[in-house]
Design a protein around this ligand. Structure first.
Ligand SMILES: Nc1ncnc2c1ncn2[C@@H]1O[C@H](COP(=O)(O)OP(=O)(O)OP(=O)(O)O)[C@@H](O)[C@H]1O
Ligand SMILES: [Mg+2]
Length: 281
């Protein structure tokens, strides 16, 4: 389809573009649906209950004097891919009974110098106007410290983006959630403004057991032993386990099998592990 950027952009400008690009959605996950180690679950609960405990901490316990400017709360969910970070951001919003406004770097990046900071501003405005939880997914792209091989114009633009982001984070009196696989890329200035960091690691054997169970529907005839699966395969994320089950189920269906045989699940897992090894080498 041919595109005609200019009139479209003008049209968007008339209609408050913030509301056009950044649309809050209903959170898709609840806390009960995420399988996590007890400590991580507890850390997420601390965040989710922040609002309901805020009166007690700030007013009754006097933190409003000692922590005058700490009512905003930055939360960073970091760690391995496919471990539930995006799910957790949804679950926090859900717990708070609020919509979530998801911002990906692609939504705010612009090839026009100077437009990216404007888009960031729009994202913050849209979250505020709709009273939704602002969530920067794959946030390393925007909070990163190292940018190499830049032309001077881009350099200026990146610095503008950074300083606008810092300023907006300072002003914003609400939750902001970030998620990243690459916390090591975060600029220290941003790190300092994010008060809570929660690490997501690959599931241990107990969590893997629960994940295998969770991703095997009751209806599917099978000979799976979840203890065996959890113990046999290490290094799998929640996402890998979910994918392996579905891949195996489709293969079983194609083979017109009466049940989902564990050999097919083993094979699906081996495929995933092989692709992960290839990706890391
Ligand atoms: N801890 C978990 N509990 C239950 N399901 C999980 C968990 N982690 C991942 N999954 C499954 O994998 C999918 C991807 O998870 P999610 O998008 O939250 O991962 P992520 O940590 O944000 O990954 P990435 O770093 O690649 O963005 C989920 O939709 C879910 O089906
Ligand atoms: Mg994610």
């Amino acid at each position: 389809m041919p595109i005609n950027p200019k009139p479209a952009a003008e049209k968007a400008e008339e209609k408050n573009p913030a509301e056009e690009i950044f649309i809050p959605t209903e959170p898709k996950w609840t806390l009960d649906e995420i399988i996590l180690p007890e400590e991580v679950h507890a850390q997420i609960l601390d965040v989710a209950t922040y609002a309901e405990n805020s009166h007690r901490v700030f007013e009754l316990w006097g933190f409003k004097r000692t922590h005058k400017f700490s009512r905003r709360i930055g939360i960073n969910l970091y760690g391995a891919p496919g471990t539930g970070k995006t799910m957790a951001a949804h679950a926090i919003a859900k717990y708070l009974g609020r919509k979530i406004l998801i911002v990906n770097y692609a939504d705010i990046e612009s090839k026009f110098v100077g437009e990216t900071p404007k888009n960031i501003r729009k994202a913050f405005e849209a979250a505020k106007n709709s009273d939704s939880i602002l969530f920067f997914d794959e946030a390393d792209a925007i909070l990163s410290k190292r940018v190499t091989n830049m032309t001077q114009a881009v350099d200026v633009s990146v610095n503008q983006t950074r300083s606008v982001m810092l300023m907006l984070m300072n002003e914003f009196q609400d939750f902001i959630i970030f998620a990243t696989n690459f916390i090591s890329n975060f600029d220290p200035a941003f790190m300092r403004r994010i008060s809570i960091h929660i690490e997501f690691t690959l599931p241990d054997v107990e969590c893997r057991k629960k994940l295998w169970r969770m991703y095997t529907p009751r209806e599917v005839p099978n000979n799976l032993d979840f203890d065996e699966l959890a113990e046999k395969f290490d290094g799998l994320s929640g996402s890998d386990i979910s994918n392996a089950m579905l891949n195996a189920a489709f293969k079983a269906a194609r083979l017109k099998a009466d049940e989902l045989d564990k050999a097919l699940v083993f094979e699906a897992v081996e495929n995933i592990l092989a692709s992960k090894r290839a990706n890391n080498s």
